[in-house]
Design a protein around this ligand. Structure first.
Ligand SMILES: Nc1ncnc2c1ncn2[C@@H]1O[C@H](COP(=O)(O)OP(=O)(O)OP(=O)(O)O)[C@@H](O)[C@H]1O
Ligand SMILES: [Mg+2]
Length: 749
């Protein structure tokens, strides 16, 4: 067997993997698609794997299109762009780190590759958006490495796209890549220097991609439909995406939601994105200007990414570039990046020898140092946007306090004073009164290495002025540097601690194992519990025997393996939510209007509630925060009278106590102004910082999980015993009870 190299396009909407086999001498995409619908499955040679991970009703993780079977708000998707600022993603009542989602998606891919008997240890190139910060690059790499993928290099998406379409640009010099994907749009000017592809200028449009178009359509059409829950909103958006895709080949399409039908025309969607196409146009001009290439000298334009198939975008490019627009078909446009990644990987592995590529830095990197002297506080540019990888630079400063703070910043605009400047690392270092050199290396895949060298002032004094450039001084300095290297600081920015102090290799490995089903923590116990319930379920009116269940708890807890308690808490909350949904619908609360009356009732009784009312989401039945609130006030709910037994009341009381703990502690932050709708505007930096704080606090102990699970369990069993719930409702409650007991057992010591 020949040598193999893998390429991985980790996309916002789809992942695609390619392989270059030295025996075959060509790059091919791998059939990893798991779409159940055959039309979708056959797209692009079965190579599109939806970037999604979900939790099904049996508490098992499922991936890609299998997430269709999960409750919609237990599906984590669109996480890629949240990696940029490490912003948590909110679903099913909890926040998850974007790298957790990335690991989940990669678990799905890993399984598919294993099914295809692909050697996953072959060298792999993973693509990242052109202007991604080092945080995103590092998190992507860490996620892949948790599956022992052999990540050889991270390559920017436009560069990979050009390699993937090499047959079209073989003899051409100036090529423009227009990649309109799911999450972002990248425009890149590439120079083909006799087989070496070099990025000359790149700009990204962070707010334009398929998801943003879906969002715009959602804003326009949501008003005609009754969408109260997160789940409904997400599903509605999925339907709109299908309509949008259909509108690329048809002039009209129908949106069918529940029993409503709306006709949507291509023209109406084009209106929505008119402004975006204008910004796309401006960005193209900006890239050409920066690359100092006139529009007439562009020899080929490659439309890349799923959304580049939108007729209005193609037409615009056609008008601007005439016959130089290469009319890539859908398959070519959507797989170019993955194929290029495979080619890049084969170049690195020396399987391909007559092709090469060079990437450039997508942001300037600057340094700030605090060491007592005022002038040290200003930015010192180190690496300019556009420098070719690997790049390195040295800056010297004079420390006049014992300790200095060295901080590195990245700026996508290239101007280190502008507000897009992002801190990548800040480190306090012991300097003493001396000269310190900060040496920065930004290597091929954007890994940043900083070394600081302390040079004793006395020694330095012998050299005279700092700017002395005589040969002797230079070699003396060099000597000093090498001597001081051992004492110097060695910081690696890609090191996990600098990205997120809550992450560590052990946790990442644990997550990847969990997604691969290696910890069957819930499975074993859940089967035992189920066997008990199967007896009970036969007779509709037999009560659940709590004692039987407690026995299982004791019997099996010693064998249970532990996963992360946060996950368990999430399950518990999910079950609580479903329980409440049954309770409320039985009590006649189903429609928005019903909840409005509870709202009114609550605000009459509670001043605090009244003032916060406007900050709460629009009474979505699915929203755990809101339901908890209602539950806490459940004594006001006269409509629940028929289940208002003494027993139930006491269960509700204890449940209320535990829920209070969460809503007044961690969860209170969710009630602040920032979170009016968890689905919108979720990637702002401010939110990311706040959520970070929240996440830090939300470390539930095993005991917390046991407490909330057993409270929910006893609430559910009281509900079952009221005999108000029969048929499917009863079955559902029993199912939930099973899972709660599974949790209690797993986490009970
Ligand atoms: N025929 C089509 N017409 C319009 N849009 C489409 C079509 N096919 C797919 N899309 C949209 O393209 C997007 C997916 O494209 P693609 O797979 O290139 O994105 P990605 O690589 O996952 O995202 P990114 O590169 O931004 O990370 C989705 O938003 C999808 O709705
Ligand atoms: Mg893409």
């Amino acid at each position: 067997m020949g040598k193999q190299a893998l390429g991985f396009d980790f996309g916002t909407s789809n992942c695609t993997v390619s392989i270059f086999d030295s025996d075959k001498g060509v790059v091919e995409t791998l059939p990893i698609s798991n779409y159940s619908e055959s039309k979708k499955r056959s797209l692009a040679n079965q190579s599109l794997f939806p970037s999604k991970v979900g939790l099904n009703d049996d508490f098992e993780y499922v991936f890609g299109d299998e997430t269709k079977k999960c409750e919609r708000d237990f599906v984590w998707d669109n996480s890629k762009r949240l990696l940029e600022h490490n912003t948590p993603i909110y679903r099913g009542g909890v926040h998850k780190k974007p790298i957790w989602v990335a690991i989940g998606i990669m678990a799905g891919i890993f399984k598919e590759l294993k099914n295809l008997s692909v050697k996953t240890s072959s060298p792999m190139v993973i693509t990242v958006p052109a202007n991604s910060y080092s945080t995103q690059r590092s998190l992507t790499r860490l996620a892949a490495e948790s599956f022992s993928f052999n990540v050889d290099q991270l390559v920017s998406e436009p560069c990979a796209a050009a390699l993937g379409c090499y047959e079209y640009i073989d003899k051409l010099k100036h090529i423009l890549i227009v990649d309109v994907g799911g999450g972002t749009t990248d425009i890149a000017l590439i120079e083909n220097d006799f087989g070496t592809l070099k990025e000359i200028a790149i700009e990204g449009l962070k707010r334009f991609g398929g998801i943003n178009i879906d969002q715009k359509m959602y804003e326009k059409y949501k008003v005609d439909f009754e969408l109260s829950t997160d789940s409904e909103k997400l599903l509605f958006r999925d339907l709109l995406e299908d309509v949008k895709i259909e509108l690329s080949s048809k002039k009209k399409s129908k949106l069918i939601y529940k029993d409503q039908v709306v006709e949507i025309t291509r023209e109406s969607v084009e209106k929505l994105i008119k402004k975006d196409i204008e910004s796309l146009d401006k960005t193209i001009d900006k890239v050409l200007k920066k690359g100092k290439v006139e529009i007439k000298n562009i020899e080929a334009v490659l439309p890349i990414g799923g959304s580049s198939n939108i007729p209005a975008i193609r037409e615009h490019l056609k008008k601007k570039f005439k016959s130089r627009l290469i009319n890539l078909d859908f398959d070519e446009s959507i797989t170019a990046v993955a194929k290029g990644a495979g080619i890049a990987s084969a170049i690195n592995a020396k399987i391909i020898k007559d092709l090469n590529f060079k990437q450039c830095l997508e942001h300037s990197v600057g340094l700030r140092i605090w060491s007592g002297t005022k002038e040290n506080k200003i930015f010192k540019p180190m690496l300019e946007k556009g420098s070719v990888f690997p790049a390195s630079a040295v800056q010297t400063f004079i420390a006049d306090t014992d300790e200095s703070i060295v901080a590195l910043y990245e700026s996508t605009s290239g101007k280190l004073i502008s507000n897009d400047t992002k801190l990548i690392i800040e480190k306090r270092i012991k300097t003493g009164v001396m000269h310190v050199d900060v040496e920065l290396t930004y290597d091929d895949d954007g890994k940043i290495d900083i070394k600081t060298y302390n040079i004793n002032r006395g020694e330095w004094g012998k050299l005279g002025d700092l700017g002395d450039s005589s040969k002797d001084s230079q070699s003396y300095i060099k000597n000093l540097r090498s001597k001081s290297r051992e004492q110097g600081m060695n910081l690696r920015i890609d090191s996990i601690n600098y990205i997120d102090s809550q992450l560590n290799q052990k946790k990442l490995k644990e997550w990847s194992n969990e997604f691969l089903g290696k910890y069957k923590k819930y499975k074993k116990v859940s089967e035992k519990v189920k066997s008990i319930f199967s007896k009970e379920v036969k007779d509709e009116f037999i009560s659940v025997n709590n004692e039987d269940l407690s026995n299982v708890v004791v019997e099996i807890s010693s064998e249970a393996e532990f996963g992360s308690t946060n996950d368990a808490f999430m399950y518990a909350e999910g079950v609580l939510k479903r329980t409440l949904r049954i309770v409320f619908s039985i009590a006649g609360y189903e429609k928005k209007g019903h909840f409005k009356s509870i709202h009114d009732l609550l605000s009459e009784c509670d001043v605090v509630y009244k003032t916060r009312q406007k900050l709460l989401p629009e009474q979505p039945l699915d929203d755990i925060r809101w339901l908890i609130k209602v539950l806490q006030r459940s004594r006001y709910l006269t409509n629940l009278g028929h289940i208002n037994t003494d027993e139930l009341r006491s269960d509700l009381d204890s449940l209320r106590t535990i829920l209070n703990k969460y809503s007044h502690g961690v969860r209170s932050s969710f009630f602040s102004e920032v979170f009016n709708d968890s689905l919108d505007e979720y990637d702002s930096l401010i939110e990311s910082n706040i959520l970070d704080e929240v996440y830090k606090e939300s470390k539930y102990s095993a005991q917390d999980v046991v407490l909330i699970s057993s409270n929910i369990a006893s609430l559910i069993s009281s509900l079952i015993n009221t005999k108000v719930y029969i048929g499917t409702d009863r079955d559902n409650l029993i199912k939930m009870l099973e899972s709660m007991y599974t949790l209690v057992q797993t986490y009970k010591e």
